[in-house]
Write a protein that binds this ligand. Sequence first.
Ligand code: FAD
Ligand code: DHB
Length: 388
Amino acid sequence: MKTQVAIVGAGPAGLLLGHLLRAEGIDCVILERQTREHVESRIRAGVLETVTTDLLHRLGVDAGLNAHGMMEEGFNLADGERIVRIEITALTGKHVVVYGQTELTRDLIAAAPERGLQIIWEAKDVALHDLTGAPSLTYSNDGVEHRVEADFIAGCDGFHGPSRRAIPAEHARQFEREYPFGWLGILADVPPCHPELIYANSDAGFALASMRSPTRSRYYIQVPRGERLEDWPEDRLWDELERRFAPLAGGAVIRGPALEISIAPLRSYVFEPMRHGRLFLAGDAAHIVPPTGAKGLNLAASDVAYLSDALIAWYRNGDEAGLAGYAAKALARVWKAERFSWSLTKLMHRFPEDGAFERRMQIAELDYLAGSRAMQTAIAENYVGLPL
Ligand code: FAD
Ligand code: DHB
């Protein structure tokens, strides 16, 4: 098979890129290791910046977003007792939209056939070849070997995919910070305890109250690294959530059976550069942020906004400048999101090595934040997303 752009991975980065290229008549194919059902049932992020929602509107894949997206004009940071509202719209003129990554992914997959975007599910053993010459991909499907030749390869295959690993180590630098905790998340069909998101640094550790709709809640708590799901019967998790949120929310934490429950480790990671020859990396394939700033999915979207512009300019008029500048442009935005996610993670979590002094530093920072419009504005403008 021959195509113009071969995309590895049908997560948000690969699907958005595929649609953006197809909208310009550029040929592309997506190779995805998992089944469609698996990809459509993964529960992940929930807060979209306007950079991301603008792409969905531009593509016209926005019926679900328009019908069910919840526009948020503020969110809350709490130190366990006091809640500080960050009035993002008053401070920045922008908002965020709560709309699940699961729903966004389903919408993009559903719209693929009518836009001529081919997705090959269960593409096993994907391997990348000749990245600095005539690139190609090989994979197997139903026991049959296939080859795809392409002008370019887009590595949108997440943190564990093969694309980044195909770049020789001598051409790359990696920057990494693992956190000594993870987030235990639960999704349940119960009304949220508060009308807006609350990120809380309580005495027992971090907790986040989020939502998917007026009747569906998404909660997370900080748990030590290595903690197992078996240690967390649902009642134990609800007890913790009640302890951390009931004093803040002014409403009850209503319990219900888990639709999904999982633990995600927290990590900061950047791989430089995001290009090698004719391979371009985008999204989690190149960088990971801890989820505290809700930036992971949104960075995948901003990467592919830059990358699609560059590829479109190349196909339209042979302009190389966008492709040459892609890695630097994307990384400039990535590093700022890394900084924001890292600083909010430090402010809102309990680190096992921290003592009473560090705790007082967190409380002093939240206290300062409560009275400083300047600091609230800095947080708000990062939360709504820096301009492209
Ligand atoms: P992914 O969504 O990871 O998509 C990559 C795709 O590539 C996947 O479909 C994968 O199956 C496919 N793939 C992998 N290997 C291969 C291969 N060998 N061949 C072919 N295809 C392959 N962010 C937040 O902001 N808030 C959250 O609460 C949050 N929770 C998360 C929970 C988990 C468990 C994870 C893993 C991430 C979470 N994130 C969260 C981050 C956010 O979901 C990601 O930043 C976002 O999914 C990035 O999109 P992506 O398309 O770059 O990568
Ligand atoms: C959600 C996840 C996040 O990482 C975040 O910062 C806010 C909300 C969520 O899943 O709803």
